[in-house]
Write a protein that binds this ligand. Structure first.
Ligand code: ZN
Length: 331
């Protein structure tokens, strides 16, 4: 297995080298460019939370520090709101700007990322799920993982939600879990959440620990001046066609009010859960926020920027744990 991945790395090396050294991040252009990097969890391997999270969600602190060193070397690091404001004002934009973003409001961002942001004096933008902060509520993919860790596989496979979707594998295996999550995404969040509610009661699943940060931690980050806070909805509902108007209002508008009242400053930025957005949701976000980020991958330019559908570059540890891989990713 190790040999195989080493061989793969070797085959990819010329391409990696090319992309790392001749990518868009090192080319001169007339149009101002904007890289927006997307992070979720910052966790070291020896943290117990590392083992229970999907690898695609994690960057380790040492990797993150290395990323920030390169970001500061290659780009003008900014908060997203600063870049948007400069563009609005018609101010000259940096040739290559870069925004660090965090989704969800994980406590590990406060514990591990915030000290590194301070140490390297790098600004960032964090999108928080307003009704879930300071609770032990979990996003449904994490709830499924939590259930799988506490219930026998045979018992779990009999659960209607999983049986009906043909999900029979061992969900303690991370790849199988990721596949199951991908299958379940075809259902609406309401259906999944209701089924998990019943499952947790029926199977007597123990309460999880809180994994998101507290309001005080979020406020400390915001008050530092280094981290700007945006909304990532109230309950992390995917903003698809099936959401009713009442839920849409809560997720988009009330989340903003909730954040503003706790933080004591305006919240002008938004982030779509899972990148999903219906036409109605998009119109509502456009009315309510100055800008919004998607999960669509790419580099924005001043000319092609769609301010409420800003592209990002997702990062996780495996694809970015050395300088070559990270710089190739930026290309
Ligand atoms: Zn999210």
């Amino acid at each position: 297995m190790h040999l195989q991945s080493a061989a793969k790395d070797l085959i990819r090396l010329p391409l990696l080298l090319y992309r790392a050294n001749f990518g868009r991040h090192v080319k001169n252009t007339d149009d101002a460019q904007l890289w927006v990097l997307m992070y979720h969890r910052i966790l070291p391997k020896n943290d117990s939370r590392h083992a229970s999270e999907e690898p695609g969600m994690i960057v380790e602190p040492d990797t993150f520090r290395m990323h920030l060193e390169w970001v500061n070397r290659l780009f003008t690091p900014l908060k997203l709101g600063e870049w948007i404001q400069m563009k609005k004002n018609g101010d000259p934009l940096p040739e290559k700007a870069c925004v660090i973003t965090f989704d969800d409001g994980w406590r590990d961002n406060y514990e591990y990322a915030f000290p590194i942001l301070k140490e390297t004096n790098t600004p960032a933008t964090l999108f928080a799920v307003s009704d879930m902060l300071e609770t032990n509520r979990m996003f449904w993919p994490n709830r499924l993982a939590h259930i799988a860790n506490h219930v026998e596989q045979e018992q779990l496979a009999r659960e209607p939600l999983l049986a009906e979707q043909g999900i029979t594998g061992n969900l303690r295996d991370k790849e199988t879990l990721a596949q199951a999550i991908a299958i379940l995404k075809s259902l609406s969040d309401e259906v999944i959440i209701e089924a998990l509610n019943q499952m947790e009661v029926r199977l007597a699943v123990p309460e999880p620990d809180a994994s998101l940060m507290t309001w005080a931690e979020l406020k400390e980050m915001s008050d530092s001046g280094l981290v700007e806070i945006g909304s990532h909805t109230q309950n992390h509902m995917r903003l698809k066609e099936n959401l009713n108007a009442e839920t849409l209002t809560k997720e988009i508008i009330e989340s903003r009010q909730q954040l503003e009242s706790h933080l004591g400053k305006p919240v002008e930025l938004f982030c779509y859960p899972n990148g999903d957005v219906s036409p109605l949701a998009l119109t509502t976000v456009q009315k309510c926020y100055q800008a919004a980020v998607t999960t669509q991958m790419g580099i924005n330019t001043s000319a092609n920027l769609s301010s409420h559908q800003i592209k990002r570059i997702p990062l996780h540890n495996d694809i970015s744990n050395n300088a070559l891989k990270f710089r190739a990713r930026l290309a």
